[in-house]
Design a protein around this ligand. Structure first.
Ligand code: GLS
Length: 838
């Protein structure tokens, strides 16, 4: 049966050049788009033109689903998840959409028939890098799973003109280059200027009495900014559902310009336009660090206000009353970046829609759920009260009132406990006064969750302990997950084909079915094929590294990989200490029996985070020495892959043997890279941190390389007084490794370069590298031995994949739907959109 006939079973025949899925229709549509959208004919067309023509061809197929989905949600008034996130790290769209539409192979063939190569066309796409790392990528995985599970959802965020910077490496150091991802146009978005809204900033408030004699407040802003929505289609995997990611772009409102224009201040008007547009200009390139910048707060209120106004518009259009807001929408706050939602929803409901405080508070609290994503103190957002009040005078008043009422309740529950009041207050008054955004989120929401079991426990015991004592019923845990569509099917076609051949292809949307692979783990011929697939994937990555880094890499060597943001708590420098130790050992004993290893790193450092940048420089310094040492040829290689992003991630995970998840216990909230590696057959070396704990429980302790202090041991060691110097003095190999860095071995003899890094380790070592070093190195020895036993290693690899079913983002979303959102699935029938008006 033709796929088109299958999908369009409705009475109306909608097979045409914009919806049809046969090779002939696809080719015709592609050429049509090349002529009529790109305005090119084959002799003039660039590869990018071809990419665009194909993207529009695919988009048309999405639009049919999109419109049917929107129509169904509108008719049924479906309960909808509003997923608010400052980051959506979507990654390239073309390949992923082909997978989800189930037309990858047909399109590959159609494109080949035209003499083109699909991989090359996909390379043309500028990746929408609107996020920093795990938090933003999680949001993207969740959109995919919501659409796949037919859960009505709207993602809301910011259409940054510049996403995360492109990372160049010059002289071993990170250089940031702006990411002009929109330069050649973005075929995956539809502007919706008719749904633009205004957002107010600055100014002051005035009290007044309305006609019925009620006390009201009006806000006279200093500035008004227009938010224009751009919609991106989010197709589910082999369902008809196509949800929306709505990203807001900032513009100056025309009316506002005109006033200044009429006063003759033309340049002033243009200036104002520019400053307004600055709001959505650039993504703050920090992960797990809050900088407290005014523009960042402005970005937050901007997208929050736009999104809430949009929800209120939808509510009204569907003929629903304000009192039905929390039935229609559940708002999920992806960390505290959108936490100002609590105050903004109160303001909109009271000041703009006339509700009383109590009615507005009831709706607010019933509608909002909050996910915490970090235990790092420096990531907990707080805004100086003065700055907050200048930008958001009305919101500050509302927060004071929320706080007043909240602290009254606390006082009633815990009389005479002023310490507790101080700790719980929405305002930090220990020094300069700050608004605490996590507290605002906790008070204003009905659900508070962590992103892995250990993380949620630590929230309860430590970071949010007082809130847990007050509202234990609000707390729940939702272990993160990742989408198998992008991180298996799209990125690892060889493994996917083998899985399909072995257990059928239903695992893609029911990842638990991978369990059925267990029966094959001992099968020698299966093991052989499995091994060959990994080798082929490693060969691909070796070719890429040859091109990028000019290195000859042996695909037989152990690919030992750490890719993630560069951060002290993630301890890339612990990995480096092991490499240096191994290097010293091999220099001292050339006959040492260890398997050849290729150490692969990738990741961006926040531009202002000097120590993290030094860590990159250290990796590259060590790489320079080892890769140029003839004695290390065929034994060790060190590679830093520049510009780690979603596209590069998809190349790397399938080729990894060993996944480095070595953060200090109690610091990584969950991790999601850990899951992507294991789903591609890498074995993990890791601490009992974040979701590593659950991964190890699932795959089995014997298939996981565990080392390091546990979270309670970390606390105990710190409480008892940790002295890194003792470890340095007590371990000759550790001392030798640190000394070699200090004397300039890896910085061309310059002993100053890495001094700040080493000084910090020797004097303070907040992430306990020195305490965990010995255990890590010993664990790495066991890894090396295990790798030499191919049968044993391959068995571990197979079992890792077989037992990772829990970590699908589909499972996470099902958990949220069941415990938090209470959103039933809404199956979509494809309709002939031309007839919807009848
Ligand atoms: C993060 C955490 O650091 C990760 O451990 C987590 O997996 C991710 C998604 O929950 O969120 N928090 C953060 O600020 N950046 C992250 O990647």
């Amino acid at each position: 049966m033709q796929p088109a006939a299958n999908l369009n079973h409705a009475a109306v025949q909608v097979e045409d050049d914009r919806t049809g899925l046969t090779p002939e229709t696809l080719k015709r549509a592609f050429l049509d788009n090349l002529f009529y959208i790109q305005g090119k004919f084959p002799r003039l067309a660039t590869q990018h033109d071809y990419y665009m023509a194909l993207a529009y061809t695919v988009r048309d197929r999405l639009l049919q689903r999109w419109i049917s989905t929107a129509a169904a949600y509108t008719e049924q008034g479906s309960r909808t998840v509003a997923y608010l996130s400052a980051e959506f790290l979507m990654g390239p769209q073309l390949g992923h959409n082909l997978v989800n539409l189930g037309i990858y192979d047909i399109v590959q063939q159609a494109v080949a028939d035209l003499g083109l190569n699909l991989d090359e066309l996909m390379e043309q796409e500028a990746e929408p890098g609107l996020g920093n790392g795990g938090l933003g990528r999680l949001a993207a995985c969740y959109l995919d799973s919501m659409a796949t599970l037919e859960v009505p959802s709207l993602g809301y965020g910011i259409r940054y003109e510049f996403g995360i910077f492109r990372q160049d490496i010059r002289n071993g150091q990170q250089v940031e280059v702006t990411d002009k991802w929109l330069r050649l146009g973005n075929p995956w978005e539809l502007p919706r200027p008719e749904w633009a809204v205004d957002v107010k900033l600055g100014g002051h408030t005035e009290a007044y009495t309305d006609r019925s004699g009620r006390y009201r407040v009006r806000w006279i802003p200093y500035q008004v900014i227009k938010g224009v929505p751009y919609d991106m289609p989010i197709a589910g995997y082999r369902t008809n559902t196509c949800n929306t990611l709505r990203l807001w772009s900032a513009q100056a409102p025309e009316a506002f310009d005109f006033e200044i224009f009429n006063s003759g201040d033309y340049l002033g008007a243009v200036q104002d336009k520019l400053s307004s547009e600055n709001l959505s200009k650039v993504l703050y390139p920090n992960d797990n660090i809050s900088q407290g910048k005014r523009l960042r707060l402005a970005q937050q209120i901007f997208f929050v206000s736009c999104s809430l106004q949009d929800m209120l518009r939808i509510l009204a259009r569907q003929g629903l009353a304000l009192s039905q807001f929390s039935q229609k929408f559940v708002i999920q706050l992806n960390d505290t970046h959108p936490a100002v939602t609590v105050a903004e929803l109160m303001r909109l409901l009271m000041d703009e829609h006339g509700l009383s405080w109590d009615a507005a508070w009831d709706i607010t609290q019933r509608s909002i759920a909050y996910t915490n994503h970090t235990l790092m103190p420096e990531a907990l957002e707080k805004w100086p009260v003065d700055m907050f009040g200048q930008l958001l005078p009305r919101h500050l008043e509302i927060i004071y009132e929320i706080n007043h009422r909240f602290l009254e309740q606390v006082r009633a529950r815990f009389p005479d406990d002023s310490d507790r009041l101080r700790r719980l207050s929405l305002i930090d008054e220990s020094g300069e006064r700050y608004v605490r955004m996590a507290h605002l989120a906790c008070v204003g929401s009905f659900s508070i969750n962590g992103v892995a079991a250990l993380h949620t426990e630590l929230l309860k015991q430590d970071v949010l302990k007082d809130f847990y004592e007050l509202y234990p019923e609000k707390f729940n845990s939702k272990t993160n997950g990742v989408t198998p569509r992008r991180f298996m099917v799209l990125s690892n076609p060889r493994q996917t084909e083998m899985l399909n051949r072995t257990i059928g292809d239903t695992w893609v949307s029911r990842l638990d079915e991978l369990k059925r692979l267990e029966a094959k783990a001992e099968d020698p011929s299966f093991q052989h094929d499995w091994h060959m697939i990994k080798q082929a994937n490693k060969g691909d990555l070796a070719n890429y590294m040859a091109k990028q880094n000019g290195l000859v890499i042996n695909p037989e060597s152990l690919f030992d990989v750490q890719v993630k943001r560069i951060h002290e708590y993630k301890r890339q420098h612990l990995n480096v200490l092991h490499i240096i130790t191994l290097y010293h050992r091999l220099k001292a004993s050339p006959n040492l029996e260890v398997p050849p290893r290729t150490f692969i790193f990738g990741g961006k450092a926040a531009p202002g985070y000097h120590v993290a940048k030094l860590m990159i420089r250290l990796v590259n310094g060590v790489a320079e020495v080892i890769n140029h040492d003839p004695a290390m040829r065929d034994r060790l290689k060190v590679v830093f892959l520049r510009n780690f992003n979603v596209r590069l991630a998809q190349r790397i995970y399938p080729a990894a043997d060993l996944s480095e998840q070595i953060s200090m216990a109690g610091k990584e909230a969950s991790g999601t890279g850990n899951m992507k590696f294991a789903l591609n057959g890498a074995v993990t070396i890791g601490t009992l941190d974040g979701a590593n704990v659950e991964i190890r429980d699932e795959v089995g302790a014997e298939n996981f390389f565990l080392f390091g202090l546990t979270a309670p041991e970390v606390y105990a060691l710190k409480a008892q007084g940790y002295n890194p110097w003792d470890y340095y003095q007590g371990d000759p190999e550790l001392k030798q490794a640190l000394d070699s860095i200090l004397v300039g071995t890896f910085s061309r003899g310059d002993g100053e370069v890495f001094k700040p890094l080493i000084d910090s380790l020797l004097n303070w070592d907040p992430y306990l590298l020195l305490a965990d070093y010995q255990d890590y190195v010993a664990c790495q020895e066991r890894v090396g031995q295990a790798f030499c036993d191919r049968t044993h290693w391959t068995r571990m690899s197979i079992l890792n994949v077989a037992r990772m079913g829990l970590f699908s983002s589909d499972r996470s979303i099902q958990d949220y739907c069941r415990d938090v959102w209470r959103t039933p699935a809404v199956p979509i029938e494809l309709t002939d959109h031309a007839q919807l008006g009848e």
